[in-house]
Design a protein around this ligand. Structure first.
Ligand code: ASP
Length: 414
């Protein structure tokens, strides 16, 4: 019998994980079988994430520095930069528009009483995060001693330092050939290690999904059904229709082609709820299956994992409108515009880790005077929704790399 490919194994792992998780949920997590099952899946799931995180920082550093250096002529770097950032912004704007339009139409939360959640809100202390402070913090986090950033796993600061080194390599030209060669070889080795880690992926994904599904608070999910439906519906619309359609319009690649090449990364994102942890897999899919040139993927994908979050942007905007309905505040057009802009900033500033969007959402709420404590209502369902928004975040990074490759194709082939 032929052994199924890794791609198929990952899909099977995901299905099995959800099924076993649902079973454990049914028999109760205290049941001896479920308890020992959860212990084992906890071990395997953590091991998988640890391995991905182990390789993440060296990967981000080498791939961005090498990616930029390989773009060589300044003209090309400029084109890639500009088209990447514009496309990131464009898709985030569409995502937020979708989320806000649907929220205004369906008005989730309008029939619910805020008193229902008083208990949860009392126990929750929101950290103040006004826009000005958020911006100051963000700026402060960009330039950090590279050794400390590398050692502490500070992805954003590593991205920035790698960008600077990449540009210096380009400017230096022939002079720094040895360092460039060293980084190129390091990147090759890292991708080889990623391939080894992927052997564990089907088990890691199954294990993570078992833990996730078995511990879901389904009662809360049904209380907030309209809100969940709006978020899930619009996120799916963005991920399944809008993004693939944009890709098709620009590149002519079909959604099916994309799904085949991207599913390892999308399923890993679903299971880990972390764009950063998924990054090694995303890079592999972009370069190996979706045929994006390493210099483009090496630049676009890691940058996207830290900045480009369509799913998060959509969620933050929709959640702000939901909470406004819940507390009975009618947001004016200008206030909605403020939500729009802050949701975008908040998603750019959110690190690619589980539930990061929840933290930066405080800023969106405070920007229009909504009570940040209301986040407590969303926390119990956040892990569930985070799976989907992270998958769309990661999808957006891959699609951008394909689109940018196409847009800049004429010049890059040199
Ligand atoms: N978990 C998301 C990500 O890693 C961020 C978020 O919480 O929205 O992309």
């Amino acid at each position: 019998m032929k052994f199924p490919s890794l791609n198929v194994q990952i899909v099977l792992g995901a299905i099995l994980g959800v099924a076993i998780g649902a079973y454990f949920h049914r028999i109760g997590v205290q049941h001896p079988v479920a308890a020992s099952g959860l212990y084992v899946s906890g071990l395997i799931g953590t091991l998988f994430i640890d391995l991905l995180k182990m390789i993440l920082i060296p990967l981000v550093f080498c791939s961005i520095a090498v990616g930029i250096a390989n773009l060589r002529q300044h003209q090309q770097i400029h084109r890639v930069w500009v088209s990447t950032l514009l496309f990131f912004m464009f898709t985030m704007i569409i995502a937020i528009t979708l989320g806000m339009t649907a929220s205004n139409y369906f008005k989730p939360g309008a029939g619910l009483q805020i008193e229902m959640f008083a208990g949860a809100m009392q126990n929750f202390e929101a950290r103040q995060l006004p826009l000005s402070e958020f911006f100051a913090q963000f700026l402060h986090g960009l330039f950090v001693n590279p050794f400390s950033a590398l050692a502490s796993g500070n992805v954003l600061a590593v991205v920035v330092f790698a960008l600077i080194i990449g540009i210096a390599l380009v400017m230096g030209g022939e002079r720094y050939q040895n360092i460039l060669k060293l980084l190129q070889e390091a990147l090759e080795i890292i991708m080889r290690i990623v391939a080894w880690i992927m052997v564990l992926a089907p088990f890691g994904i199954a294990a993570l999904l078992i833990s996730l599904v078995s511990t879901q608070d389904l009662a809360m999910l049904s209380t907030l059904a309209t809100f969940v439906a709006v978020v899930v519906g619009t996120t799916l619309l963005h991920g399944v229709v809008v993004l693939p359609l944009l890709m098709y319009a620009v590149t002519g690649h079909t959604p099916l082609w994309f799904w085949r090449g991207a599913r390892e990364a999308i399923i890993t994102a679903l299971a880990t709820s972390s764009s950063s942890a998924t990054l090694p897999v995303t890079m592999r899919c972009a370069t190996k299956h979706l045929h994006v040139k390493p210099e483009i993927a090496g630049f676009v994908v890691p940058l996207g994992a830290t900045m480009n979050m369509d799913g998060t942007a959509l969620y933050e905007a929709a959640a702000a409108l939901f909470i406004a309905n819940l507390v009975g505040v009618d947001l004016t057009f200008v206030q909605q515009l403020i939500v729009f802009v802050t949701a975008m900033l908040a998603s750019v500033g959110a690190p690619g880790i589980p539930s990061a969007g929840m933290v930066t959402m405080v800023m969106v709420l405070q920007s229009v005077g909504l009570p940040a404590e209301a986040i407590a209502i969303l926390l119990p369902i956040d892990r569930m929704l985070d799976t989907l928004r992270t998958a769309v975040n990661v999808e957006g990074d891959m699609i951008t790399s394909i689109v940018v490759q196409k847009i800049t194709a004429q010049k890059i082939t040199a």
